[in-house]
Design a protein around this ligand. Structure first.
Ligand SMILES: [Zn+2]
Length: 56
């Protein structure tokens, strides 16, 4: 499948199909810098910020 699906998920809302941003953004770098997704954590390649996934 297209690589874009890693970054967006398709949602249907009131008959409209939309793309919603899926990935988390870096709280330090701000909008536009995404956190890389790992199995147990998210990390920012730019500043090194790491956020561990919580077990839900
Ligand atoms: Zn960052």
């Amino acid at each position: 499948m297209a690589a874009v699906q890693k970054f967006y998920e398709v949602v249907e809302e009131r008959g409209e199909t939309r793309l919603r941003r899926k990935r988390k953004m870096c709280p330090r770098c701000g909008t536009g810098v995404f956190l890389a997704e790992h199995k147990d954590r998210f990390s920012c390649g730019k500043c090194g910020y790491t956020e561990f996934r919580k077990n839900e």
